[in-house]
Design a protein around this ligand. Structure first.
Ligand SMILES: Cn1cc(CCO)c2c3c(c(-c4ccccc4Cl)cc21)C(=O)NC3=O
Length: 290
């Protein structure tokens, strides 16, 4: 087109970092500030279509959510000729899904302390999302991004208590991304996420406690990080996972931690802890400094 698009004039595209049916994600440098951003470019949905509703929900969710250390930060979104563009924080450590694959390739496993750190950080992000009256509905390893923060000396003054101890730990920060399925907590029109992570009550269209569906998906996410085999999309295995039967893990977890995971995956959603309760759960807090 004769008019230089905002994308081309404002950004230098470095590499494509993801492709899906939604479109493609690029690692870009913003010419003005020299910072890196992750930019998703998707075909502009037909005006008034459900895809347009979904695209708008993602932007609304980011706008409502503001800033949190465990939610990928949103910067801008705009439409060009025939595509929708969203400019987010670039997380330089890949996704949790990439990390799980590379651990397997190296014949390594996340230690129990690393699993607890992961669970605590994502719980903090979920607590923030849920306290904003929203639910994510697509929690899974490929939607959790990693920021490898170089181990800073002292954490900067004025950082939140959560960010402070992040600096102290191995410097790995997990952030919840892809708000494409976000809904308000008591919304009737739910766009189901990945069936492998779907809680059975949502499949049965019981939307009474959607935050607990995020907790269920988080439980399966931790299970995968602990080395569980790939999740079934349907069938008897799908149902047994939702009857409290957990798969065998390559390395058994401690009884308290295994018990907590069992609770996250409890068929009875009222038994599953809320994100708020997870954030102060003794199993996740023991042995933490401060
Ligand atoms: C495939 N892919 C790889 C990455 C980099 C991980 O090191 C990535 C990011 C995002 C997203 C993303 C997801 C959903 C919507 C918009 C974006 Cl930019 C996708 C990403 C995002 O919002 N921030 C990212 O770093």
């Amino acid at each position: 087109a004769f008019m230089l698009s905002r994308y081309e004039s404002e950004f230098l595209e470095l590499e494509c970092i993801g492709v899906g049916e939604f479109g493609a994600v690029y690692k870009c440098v913003k010419r003005l500030d020299g910072c890196l951003y992750a930019i998703k470019r998707s075909r502009r949905p037909l005006a008034g279509s459900t895809n347009e509703q979904l695209a708008l929900k993602e932007v609304y969710a980011h706008a409502v959510l503001g800033h949190h250390p465990h939610v990928v930060r949103y910067y801008s979104a705009w439409a060009e000729e025939d595509c929708m563009i969203i400019q987010n924080e670039y997380c330089n450590g890949g996704s949790l899904s990439d990390a799980i694959v590379s651990k397997e390739e190296q014949g390594e496993l996340f230690t129990e302390d690393e699993l607890k750190d992961l669970l605590l950080q994502v719980s903090m992000g979920l607590k923030y999302i849920h306290s904003s009256g929203l639910v994510h509905l697509d929690i899974k390893p490929s939607n959790i991004f990693i920021c490898q923060r170089p181990s800073t000396s002292a954490s900067g003054e004025g950082e939140s208590e959560e960010e402070d101890y992040q600096n102290a730990s191995a410097g790995v920060v997990y952030k919840i991304g892809d708000l494409g399925h976000v809904n308000s907590t008591n919304s009737p029109q739910v766009e189901e996420g990945d069936s492998r992570f779907l809680a059975s009550e949502v499949l049965q269209e019981d939307y009474s406690q959607l935050p607990k569906a995020d907790i269920f998906a988080l439980g399966l996410t931790i299970l995968l990080a602990a080395g569980a085999p790939p999740l079934p999309q349907n069938g008897t295995e799908w149902h047994s996972l939702r009857n409290g039967e957990l798969p065998k893990l390559p390395k058994e977890l401690s009884a308290p931690f295994r018990g907590l995971l069992q609770l996250l995956l409890d068929p009875d959603l009222t038994k599953r802890p809320s994100a708020r309760e997870l954030c102060k759960h003794p199993v996740l807090r023991e042995g933490r400094t401060g």
